[in-house]
Design a protein around this ligand. Structure first.
Ligand code: MN
Length: 198
């Protein structure tokens, strides 16, 4: 299987001023593209070349001799997921089923937002903050580098990329400001609702 860079669900300037066109040109056009290119180079011509992205992630997870495949396959998945987690007029309190579930799990949206931000800020170095579904529970977790909920039997609902390349052009070292803007202006709750498993 040859992997390709998926189309962004909006124009590259659509998230400005919260995330600039320049950031998306680098983050989507360079970083995400590089993970796709690297993955193709690693699997084409190998025994795994007919596998899907999810199959590659699961079969390479925890295998020391497949670290390159895991890192690039997971980062392809994570970035595609991250773009879908945002929309130009998103953010703020959720609606629909996820709103009820957040209230049940965290008390209210403000507590959820505070906990999500805390996870994003305490991820030391590169990684991701996530809202995940595990059985009937919602949890907030953080993962390092390319690690992702799929390999921990969790269903990813929402993520924020906290690698420096996600925010440095717009926010320099101010990860907290980036995560706050993500929560206030970018989260696509319609997408999160569609991710829920019954
Ligand atoms: Mn990234």
């Amino acid at each position: 299987m040859t992997f390709t860079l998926p189309t962004l669900p909006y124009e590259k300037n659509a998230l400005a001023p919260h995330i600039s066109e320049q950031t998306l040109e680098f983050h989507y056009g360079k970083h995400h593209q590089t993970y796709v290119t690297n993955l193709n180079n690693l699997v084409q011509g190998s025994a795994n070349e007919s596998k899907t992205l999810e199959e590659l992630i699961c079969l390479s997870s925890g295998k020391p001799d497949m670290v390159g495949v895991f890192n690039n396959a997971a980062q392809v998945w994570n970035h595609t997921f991250f773009w879908n987690c945002m929309s130009p007029n998103g953010g703020g309190s959720p609606t629909g089923k996820i709103a009820e579930m957040i209230n049940a799990s965290f008390g209210n949206y403000e507590k959820f937002a505070a906990d999500f931000k805390q996870a994003a800020l305490t991820q030391f170095g590169s990684g991701w903050a996530w809202l995940v579904q595990e059985c009937d529970d919602l949890k907030i977790i953080k993962t390092a580098n390319a690690d992702l909920p799929m390999v921990h039997n969790q269903n990813a609902l929402l993520t924020c990329d906290v690698w420096e390349h996600a925010y440095y052009l717009d926010y320099q070292n101010r990860r907290a400001d980036f995560v706050q803007v993500f929560l206030d202006h970018l989260v696509n709750w319609d997408f999160v609702n569609k991710r829920l498993e019954n």
